[in-house]
Write a protein that binds this ligand. Structure first.
Ligand SMILES: *Cc1c(COP(=O)(O)O)cnc(C)c1O
Length: 370
């Protein structure tokens, strides 16, 4: 049996007719730039996640960049985040001339260890970017308290966590801004690059809208320097269709995670070999189902030989990336993140995966260790 890590075939076939209609509508009205589908999607998405405002943008990376720009993050500022995330989370901080300040992760959740955040706050700290990694939420309540006491902004990186429920409400609607990615493999994926910033704050919303179009409110008059961060009308049309199915797809992901859990619990793999994720509560939308595995790289080769694709998110923590060397971090600074990089393995996960495929994956993992 061949098991891909991720597969859009069934999903795309099922909604093809609806998507065709949506795309043809755009071809008919030809408002390819900031067409009516953008505002419609912004409304649908802000309703969905319980935020007052939403601004469609060109990618998840640009969502983060635009949010930080709108919050005036500038050279000399410090922004706290996790070293165990996709590159973009820290890349955008550096692009604005600010300094990324890393905090290690909690080993159980792979998320920023909120208890360690206060230790690194200085007068220069302007923002924290919690990343709801793999679809599992950061504990927002203590983080909000710290942010409030220290007058620091929170920009949520929700790229992997659309629809996830935190202790304070849906991911994205809690911080000053929430940033979504609709990269095709994310839980809600476009047919190309796309993203969204949501916020409860009207002033920030207006600033985001202005900076999305080069800093202009009146045509050819620029009050400040923004960029071209617009979402394509065609992508908005596709996403409007797909958003209607998101809840169903999320429920399926959660059910598949449950199946993996039972399969691992009932198998003879000892805890020394494989640790499936520990998930209290319902705060996880399983963008990825990630285990820790002894001898991870050999296991991965073995699975590949058995036609099972897996992923490693992420093999190198951000504090050890060559481009961030000048910040003076060293190996050993964030041991939990470094260990996670050596051990994590993302198993096949997508709404349409079958139970037989999941059984085959767990059996094959068991076969490797026995
Ligand atoms: C995918 C992702 C991004 C970037 O989104 P793009 O749409 O690819 O630019 C940022 N942060 C995290 C955690 C991601 O997974």
């Amino acid at each position: 049996m061949r098991v891909p890590q991720f597969d859009l075939t069934n999903q795309t076939e099922r909604i093809q007719a609806e998507i065709h209609v949506a795309i043809e509508n755009v071809m008919d009205h030809r408002q390819f730039i900031l067409g009516p589908e953008i505002e419609a999607l912004e409304k649908d998405l802000s309703d969905y996640c319980g935020a007052r405002h939403a601004v469609g943008v060109s990618s998840g990376t640009d969502a983060l960049l635009l949010a930080l720009m709108a919050l005036n993050i500038s050279p000399g500022d410090e922004v706290i985040t996790t070293p165990f995330t996709f590159f973009a989370t820290a890349g955008v901080i550096v692009r604005l001339g600010a300094r990324p300040v890393f905090v290690d992760i909690e080993p159980e959740s792979f998320n920023l260890d909120v208890a360690k955040v206060e230790d690194v706050i200085t007068e220069k700290t302007k923002a924290i970017i919690p990343v709801h990694l793999f679809g599992r939420c950061v504990s927002m309540e203590p983080l909000l308290k710290i942010a409030k006491e220290n007058n620091i902004h929170i920009v949520e990186d929700d790229a992997q966590a659309i629809g996830a429920r935190t202790d304070q409400g849906l991911a994205g609607a809690i911080g000053d801004a929430g940033c979504y990615s609709f990269f095709p493999t994310k839980n809600l994926g476009a047919f190309g690059d796309a993203g969204m910033v949501v916020t409860q704050d009207e002033i920030l919303f207006n600033r985001l809208k202005k900076l999305r179009v080069h800093g202009s409110t009146e045509k050819y008059v620029y009050e400040e320097v923004g960029g071209n961060f617009r979402l394509d009308t065609l992508q908005a049309a596709v996403l409007q269709v797909k958003l209607k199915y998101l809840e169903e797809w999320t429920r399926k992901r959660m059910a598949h995670a449950h199946t993996y859990d039972s399969l691992f619990n009932n198998s003879v793999i000892s805890d020394d070999n494989v640790a499936p994720p520990e998930i209290p509560g319902n705060n996880h939308v399983f963008h990825q189902y990630v285990i820790r595995a002894r001898d991870r790289d050999s296991l991965r080769v073995h699975l590949k030989e058995k036609e099972i694709s897996t992923g490693v998110y992420y093999p190198l923590p951000l504090h050890l990336q060559p481009c961030f060397q000048s910040y003076g971090y060293n190996k050993g600074d964030f041991p939990e993140s470094e260990t996670a990089c050596d051990e994590v393995l993302a198993l096949p996960m997508f709404p349409e995966i079958t139970t037989e495929a999941q059984e085959y994956v767990v059996q094959t993992i068991r076969g490797f260790y026995s």
